[in-house]
Write a protein that binds this ligand. Structure first.
Ligand code: OXD
Ligand code: MN
Length: 610
C-alpha cells in the first residue's frame, strides 16, 4: 500500500479534503506546475458536484438549458465548428520502438512527444480550474475493471465523465492499495488572460491526442469533443486497454454488448464490433420485430472480454453512459433511445426548436419551422445544410436506458455466447454468415471494411478497411493484435468453450440504391438464425466465405426472391476484389502478420476458385 495524504482542495467547491495516494498527488502537483491552473478541484462524482458543474456551464454559456416542460434536466452545448469529431490525424501512439505502434497508428517517439507537449501546453490552464476526476472503468472492485484519473480544465468534460464512467474517490483508495492506474491529462489548450472573457467552447486549433502505453499515460491537448477529450472512452478503454489486455491475456474491443432472450426463455450474450456510426446503439437497444424475442442492453460501444475462472469468455461494459450519435435516432429507428433521451440528457451540436427542445435530421418529418442550427444560427430549410451536425451527440447515463439488462453492473461480467463482426457495405458482404472456426472468425474480423461516416474526419462514403472496427482505436501493432486474438482462441479452446463468430452486413443496397434489408428490429431475424445455430437447430450452407443460412425467417417481410438471393449469396468477383484490397492492407503488418491469417486468406481464394 502506498502512503496517502490529504489532497489540498484550493477551492470553495469541494466541502472536504480528499485522501489521495502520494503518487496521484505528485502527478497532480507536477501537472499544476506545468499547466498553471488558477485552482485545483478534486472531484468525488456526487450529485451535488454534478449540480455545481452544471451551474458553472450554464453561467459560462456552454450550456443552454432546454425547456423543462419538454426535456427536463437537459442541456444543449454547441462546440466550436472546428471541434466536432475525433481527430485521427492528430492521434498518436508513442512507443520507443515504432514497430510497437505498428502500421496503422501515427507514431512519435515518447520523449519527443513529451518534449513537444511540455512546450505546447505550458501554462495552458492559466485562469482555469483543474478538475481531478478519479474513475473506475467497469464496476468498482470487479476483477475485470481498471482505475484511472483524468485531470481536465473543462467543466463540460468533468461533467460528462460523471455520466460516462464511474467517478468515485474509492478509486483513490484502490490506487493507494497498489492498483495500477492510467494517468489521463486533458487540457483544452486555451489559457485565459486576467480579465479575459471565456468563450462558450474553449479549444485550440492545434490538437494532440497522445498515448504513452509504456508509461500507462494519455495526454490530450486542444479539443473538448468526445473521444478526444473524454479520455476514459476511446483513449483509455480502447487504445491503452488494448495494450494492457494483450499483456494480461484479455481483450478490449469496440463492441456493443447485449442479452438476447428467445421465446423459450433462454438467454444468450452477444458482442458485436462495428465501425463508428454503423448503428451499434440501435442494435444495443433493438426492439425485436419477432414475437417473443427480447433484447436487453449492456453496452453500446466498448466491451472488455476476459476468460473467467470457469474458462468461459466473460464481458463487461467498462463505461457507465452513452455518448451516442443523435441524427437518425427516431421513434421508428430506436424508440428505446427516444424514451431514454426524454430527460437528464446533455445534447451537443443538435438543433434547437423554437420552443426550447432539440431536433436532428431523421428525428421527425417534416423539419420543424423556426429551428436554430448547431452553429446557433437560424436554420434555412432550403439551404440543403443539416440543422444538427451529422456527428451531434447525446450524453446520458446507462441507468436511463429502459432496456438496460440487470447484469450491467455485475462485477463478474456476463458469459459471451457469440461474437459478431459487421460493417457498412453496399455490396460484397452478405447479410449474415458464420465463421468456419475461431481462426476463420479472426480472419473475418481482420478483413472488416466499412463506408466512412461523420464520426471522424475524412471523406464520408469512402470504403476503408477497419479490422475489428479497431483501426482508430488500437494501441499497438495490428499484426500483434491479430496474433493476440488467435492466441485467445488457443486459451479458450483448451476449455472447449469458444464463443461462435458471425459476420453481418445490414447495409447492402439494390441497383436502385435503396437498402435491401429493412434493418433495425427486423435484424432480430438474423439473431434468431444465430441462436438456431448455437442450439444446433439449423444446418448452414457451406460457401467459400463461410457458413450461409440455408433459409432465413423472412415471413411477413416485403422482400422478393432476388433480394433474398442477393442478401444470402456470394458475389465471387466482388469478394475476390475485396480480398485483394484486404491483402494489400494487411501486408502493411509485414512479418508481424500471423501466418494463420495468410493461410485463411489463401484458403478463401482456393475455395472461391474451386
Ligand atoms: C464513437 C466512435 O464515438 O466510434 O463511439 O467514433
Ligand atoms: Mn465507437
Amino acid at each position: 500500500m502506498t502512503p496517502t495524504i490529504d489532497a489540498p482542495t484550493r477551492t470553495t467547491q469541494t466541502s472536504s479534503a480528499v485522501s489521495a495516494p502520494v503518487e496521484v498527488l505528485e502527478w497532480v502537483h507536477e501537472a499544476a506546475a506545468w499547466l498553471t491552473p488558477r485552482e485545483v478541484v478534486w472531484c468525488d462524482g456526487s450529485p451535488a458536484e454534478a449540480q455545481r458543474l452544471t451551474a458553472t456551464l450554464v453561467e459560462s454559456g456552454t450550456f443552454t438549458p432546454l425547456n423543462p416542460e419538454k426535456r427536463p434536466g437537459s442541456y444543449l452545448a454547441r462546440s466550436e465548428p472546428s471541434d466536432v469529431a475525433r481527430v485521427e490525424s492528430r492521434t498518436f501512439v508513442c512507443t520507443t520502438d515504432p514497430l510497437d505502434a505498428g502500421p496503422t497508428n501515427n507514431w512519435v517517439d515518447p520523449q519527443e512527444m513529451k518534449d513537444t507537449l511540455r512546450e505546447v501546453a505550458r501554462g495552458s490552464m492559466a485562469g482555469r480550474t483543474l478538475y481531478v476526476v478519479p474513475f473506475s472503468m467497469g464496476p468498482l472492485d470487479s476483477p475485470l475493471s481498471r482505475p484511472g484519473v483524468q485531470i481536465t480544465d473543462s467543466a463540460y468534460v468533468a461533467l460528462s465523465l460523471h455520466t460516462m464512467v464511474r467517478v468515485s474517490t474509492t478509486v483513490l483508495v484502490r490506487i493507494a492499495e497498489g492498483a495500477s492506474w492510467t494517468r489521463c491529462t486533458h487540457t483544452v489548450g486555451a489559457p485565459l488572460a486576467e480579465g479575459e472573457i471565456d468563450s462558450a467552447w474553449p479549444c485550440n486549433d492545434t490538437k494532440y491526442i497522445s498515448h504513452f502505453p509504456e508509461s500507462n499515460e494519455i495526454i490530450s491537448f486542444g479539443s473538448a469533443y468526445g473521444g478526444n477529450a473524454l479520455l476514459p472512452k476511446k483513449a483509455f478503454a480502447l487504445r491503452m486497454a488494448s495494450v494492457l489486455a494483450k499483456n494480461e491475456g484479455w481483450l478490449a474491443e469496440h463492441m456493443l454488448l447485449v442479452k438476447v432472450t428467445s421465446p423459450e426463455g433462454k438467454s444468450y450474450t452477444m458482442v458485436a464490433a462495428f465501425p463508428s456510426a454503423c448503428g451499434k446503439t440501435n442494435f444495443a437497444m433493438m426492439q425485436p420485430s419477432l414475437p417473443g424475442w427480447k433484447i436487453e442492453t449492456l453496452g453500446d460501444d466498448i466491451a472488455w472480454l476476459a476468460p473467467g475462472t470457469d474458462g468461459r469468455l466473460r464481458a463487461i461494459n467498462p463505461e457507465a453512459g452513452f455518448f451516442g450519435v443523435a441524427p437518425g435516432t427516431s421513434t421508428s429507428t430506436n424508440p428505446v433511445a427516444m424514451t431514454m433521451l426524454e430527460k437528464n440528457t446533455v445534447f451537443t451540436n443538435v438543433a434547437l426548436t423554437s420552443d426550447g427542445d432539440v431536433w436532428w435530421e431523421g428525428m421527425s418529418k417534416p423539419t420543424p419551422e423556426g429551428l436554430t442550427n448547431w452553429l446557433g444560427e437560424s436554420h434555412d430549410p432550403d439551404s440543403g445544410e443539416a440543422a444538427a451536425h451529422p456527428n451531434s451527440r447525446f450524453t446520458v447515463g446507462l441507468e436511463a436506458c429502459p432496456s438496460l439488462a440487470s447484469e450491467w453492473d455485475d462485477p463478474e461480467g456476463v458469459v459471451v455466447d457469440a461474437i459478431i463482426f459487421g460493417g457498412r457495405r453496399s455490396s460484397t458482404v452478405p447479410l449474415v454468415l458464420e465463421s468456419r472456426n475461431w481462426n476463420h472468425g479472426v480472419f473475418l474480423g481482420a478483413t472488416i471494411a466499412s463506408e466512412r461516416t461523420a464520426a471522424a474526419e475524412g471523406e464520408v462514403g469512402e470504403v476503408r478497411r477497419d479490422p475489428f472496427a479497431m483501426l482508430p482505436f488500437l494501441g499497438y501493432n495490428l499484426g500483434d493484435y491479430l496474433q493476440h486474438w488467435l492466441s485467445m482462441g488457443d486459451t479458450l479452446r483448451v476449455t472447449g468453450r469458444l464463443p461462435r463468430i458471425f459476420q453481418v452486413n445490414w447495409f447492402q443496397k439494390g441497383e436502385d440504391g435503396s437498402f435491401l434489408w429493412p434493418g433495425f428490429g427486423e435484424n432480430s431475424r438474423v439473431l434468431e438464425w444465430m441462436v438456431d445455430r448455437l442450439e444446433g437447430r439449423v444446418a448452414a450452407q457451406d460457401s467459400p466465405i463461410g457458413l450461409l443460412p440455408k433459409s432465413l425467417n423472412t415471413e411477413g417481410l416485403d422482400l422478393d426472391s432476388s433480394s433474398i438471393d442477393a442478401l444470402t449469396s456470394v458475389d465471387t468477383a466482388a469478394v475476390e476484389a475485396d480480398l485483394d484490397d484486404a491483402e494489400e492492407f494487411l501486408a502493411r503488418c509485414e512479418d508481424r502478420l500471423p501466418v494463420a491469417i495468410t493461410e485463411e486468406l489463401a484458403a478463401t481464394r482456393i475455395r472461391l476458385r474451386s
